[in-house]
Design a protein around this ligand. Structure first.
Ligand code: F6R
Length: 261
């Protein structure tokens, strides 16, 4: 894992957007894996800005989102479909049919999950997967205890995640209990991952993910086995890392050709 600690969330988000823009400029047919939640919002704003001001085009890009709630119509304001549409897709030039989310209204969930995996494979696999991390270390909606070999499937949210996500729904009892989520093995198959984490409340999960043992108890820790993962942090999220100074030293002394910004 490459751990990069920036001065704040805005700088970390800018760097994440730059890495994605660089990939799209090198490969206009890039396949992106996208995340929802609060964490990637500033990065999405940067991508929109780059589209509007710097001519970054998404017209040949394909996207696959990590997850979706089961039982929410796509036009429900709390669905991840709505979130992605409002925060990114409606502001850029993605082609119709090029954005994909698991179908939370599918009648046959196992078949729909298998079809999602097949669609990712048919697109050539994910070039770059954007990720956040939950307070309990979850990756996508792979809650602690999830199989490290899992693929897209139905999962039940933990009480901790229901509580955290109730801010979008107004109350805990309105949060759907089930989700469809890419599995940990689906995520690990991406050719590159960028994980963003911000704020003091993510510091423990970040420490366990980067410096703890690889374990289903902290699903994010599986990224220690990923060959090309960049973790972009603000100082608060990095505050519990034992090797924090080392990560800062590595970044400060990088040869110019290795720098991302
Ligand atoms: C969202 C997702 C989740 C979030 C995580 C953090 O698609 O897969 O794993 O990344 O719950 O959420 P925020 O960013 O809201 O703290």
């Amino acid at each position: 894992m490459e751990v990069i600690i920036k001065s704040d969330k805005a700088e970390a988000s800018k760097l994440g957007a730059k890495i994605i823009a660089r990939l799209i400029r090198q490969n206009n047919k890039a396949v992106l894996g996208l995340a929802t939640g609060s964490t990637p919002l500033q990065l999405y704003k940067q991508l929109v800005r780059m589209h509007q001001e710097e001519g970054l085009s998404f017209k040949d890009v394909t996207t696959f989102n990590l997850d979706e709630y089961v039982g929410l119509e796509s036009d429900n304001p709390c669905s991840f479909y709505s979130e992605m549409h409002n925060n990114l897709f409606c502001h850029i030039d993605m082609a119709k049919g090029a954005t994909h989310l698991p179908d939370g209204m599918a009648e046959n969930i196992p078949d729909s999950c298998a079809a999602y995996e097949a669609a990712i494979a048919a697109a050539g696999g994910i070039d770059l997967q954007l990720l956040g991390i939950g307070h309990d270390g979850h990756l996508a909606f792979n809650e602690p205890g999830s199989s490290l070999a899992s693929r897209t499937r139905l999962k039940t949210l933990s009480q901790k995640t229901i509580k955290a996500n109730s801010r979008f729904f107004g109350s805990e009892d309105k949060v759907p209990r089930h989700v469809m989520t890419m599995g940990l093995s689906t995520i690990m198959a991406a050719r590159q991952c960028i994980l963003l984490a911000f704020g003091m409340d993510k510091a423990e999960a970040v420490r366990d993910m980067i410096e703890g043992p690889v374990s289903a108890s902290c699903p994010g820790s599986i990224l220690q086995f990923h060959e090309r993962t960049i973790v972009l942090l603000d100082p608060e999220a990095a505050s519990k890392l034992r090797r924090k100074q080392y990560y800062l030293d590595v970044y400060a002394s990088k040869p110019a050709w290795q720098l991302w910004d």
